[in-house]
Design a protein around this ligand. Structure first.
Ligand code: NAD
Ligand code: UD1
Length: 337
């Protein structure tokens, strides 16, 4: 079986291509390379022994996307392509709505015309906003606090409405908590452009000497050590979650949403300590003001995925930090752009 993977050259999409391949499903990558290196294909080949088919294309190009669906005879779409920087989305909201929302609406249109009725979408725990309760289950109210978050809410709603209107259609929204880690081979990982916004890449770049010090955004939260707590999940576990969700629902219709998290949260200090152990060195850090829009703590109730998909996260915090460190030391400047 062949599936089209939008954004398959990116961080989570590329790891999911490996998991699909391992499950006997052939991924065909569709990506505009706006935030990825063409070298990812070589890395995927080194890891899997297979050269994946790659189509250079934009999801906003409805005609090209429809042709890609037909040409590849894809039976489903795994949809990772999106812009993902929260801060940037508040400065350039229209770019985010255009790329993430309009782009996905074009895709859904092309899919219906090409009679491809299954989509697995990268959503985010950001759709829960500031949590009303912990752990967060899928029944938690949906809302957003920034344009990036709204793009995820809007796409989920559009998918749900298409599923209601078209009895053949199946949509799965996977709400990721905090994806971290890298492929254990050290050949593939996350390499953000510029100064990383997210904690793990910032710690990794500090450990390798690219940044001077980790700023801890707030040490007076109501948490065990005062720093923010999150549910970090290894990208390999996340990738397997996609395969599990697809296998469970591939002959199904309707809309389904699942949290993909570990159910456990770690503080910023926990993360720095774990990374120090992996890198076998002290990592400098200092207190800094809280970051606007941050919450004290969140973590997933991933029971629905466990019971329905027979999936749960297996990798540990030290797997996350060891694998990130291996990738960071192998490719301190990321892959060639
Ligand atoms: P990424 O930037 O590494 O990957 C996204 C890929 O999509 C890139 O390869 C980029 O070139 C491509 N792309 C972007 N716009 C495109 C377009 N219009 N047409 C074709 N290709 C396009 O990001 P990632 O971290 O792998 O995230 C993948 C998905 O998961 C995104 O939808 C993101 O919003 C979501 N997500 C990510 C996180 C996270 O922390 N990384 C958390 C929650 C949800
Ligand atoms: C952020 C996004 C969220 C997105 C997610 C993707 C914001 C407000 N939220 O979530 O929408 O889905 O990334 O993974 O941008 N921290 C530091 N120092 C740093 C960086 C982070 O102390 O240099 C702290 C943060 O305050 C937070 C924790 O580390 O407590 C995790 O931060 P981060 O990795 O940015 O993820 P989120 O804020 O959870």
């Amino acid at each position: 079986m062949r599936v089209l993977v939008t954004g398959g050259m990116g961080y989570i999409g590329s790891h999911t291509c490996i998991a699909l391949h391992d499950a006997g499903i052939t991924p065909v990558i569709y990506d505009n390379l706006s935030n990825a290196s063409a070298q990812v294909l070589d890395q995927l080949e080194k890891i899997t022994g297979t050269r994946f088919e790659f189509i250079l294309g934009d999801i906003q190009d409805e005609q090209q996307f429809k042709l890609a669906l037909k040409h590849t005879k894809a039976e489903a779409v795994f949809h990772f392509a999106a812009l993902k920087a929260v801060g940037e989305s508040t400065e350039q909201p229209l770019r985010y709505y255009q790329n993430n929302v309009s782009g996905t609406l074009s895709m859904l249109q092309s899919m219906q015309e090409a009679d491809v009725n299954h989509i697995i979408f990268s959503s985010s725990a950001t759709v829960y906003g500031e949590p009303d309760y912990l752990p967060i289950d899928e029944k938690h109210p949906i809302r957003a606090t920034n344009p990036y978050g709204w793009t995820k809410v809007m796409v989920e709603q559009a998918m749900q409405d298409v599923c209601n209107a078209n009895s053949q259609f199946m949509g799965i929204a996977l709400r990721y908590f905090n994806p971290v880690g890298a492929h254990p081979s050290g050949l593939l990982g996350e390499s953000p452009n510029g100064i990383p916004n997210n904690l793990m890449p910032f710690i990794a770049q500090t450990a390798v000497g690219k940044r001077e010090v980790v700023n801890i955004f707030g040490d007076d939260y109501d948490t065990e050590d005062g720093t923010g707590m999150r549910d970090y999940i290894h990208v390999l576990d996340l990738a397997k979650g996609h395969v599990a969700a697809f296998m469970q629902h591939k002959t199904d219709t309707a809309f389904h949403a699942y949290n993909l998290g570990t159910g456990q949260s770690y503080s910023v200090l926990d993360m720095i300590k774990a990374f120090s152990a992996s890198a076998n060195k002290d990592i400098p850090y200092k207190s800094a003001p809280r970051r606007a829009g941050d919450i004290a703590c969140n973590y997933a109730d991933a029971t629905k995925a466990k019971n329905t998909l027979n999936w749960h996260a297996e990798l540990t915090l030290s797997d996350m930090t060891n694998d990130t460190w291996r990738w960071q030391t192998n490719y301190p400047r990321g892959l060639e752009s």
